[in-house]
Each structure stands twice: as structure tokens, then as C-alpha cells.
Design a protein. Structure first.
Length: 62
């Protein structure tokens, strides 16, 4: 096996590991945070009114 083939195999393995990490760890964490944020928006005490600031700004009333 030549050096070029070893580099190709190493990069393929690295790419597969990267996809596994993103799909198995990162995306579930993002989804969990999004679900928690949406649940918090249902409670008036924890609602994020800053997200609505662009809708109620004085400039938009013009």
C-alpha cells in the first residue's frame, strides 16, 4: 500500500468519525436545547421577550 492510499484511508476514517460525532453528539444536544427553549416559552415567567423586541420596536410602528 502506498503512502497516498494510506492518506486517503486515514482521511476517510477521520471523516466518518466526524460524521458520527456530529450526528450522535452535537445534533442531539442542539435538539434538546431547542426543545427546552420551546417548553420555556410556554411559561410566562420564563418567556424570552427579547426575541420579540424587533416586532414591538418603535421603528416598526412607523
Amino acid at each position: 500500500m502506498t503512502g497516498k492510499n494510506k492518506w486517503i484511508i486515514a482521511l476517510v476514517i477521520l471523516g466518518i468519525c466526524g460524521v458520527v460525532v456530529v450526528e450522535g453528539v452535537v445534533n442531539p444536544r442542539i435538539a434538546a436545547k431547542q426543545t427546552q427553549y420551546e417548553a420555556e416559552q410556554q411559561d410566562p415567567l420564563t418567556h424570552d421577550f427579547a426575541a420579540l423586541a424587533w416586532e414591538i420596536s418603535p421603528i416598526s410602528a412607523i
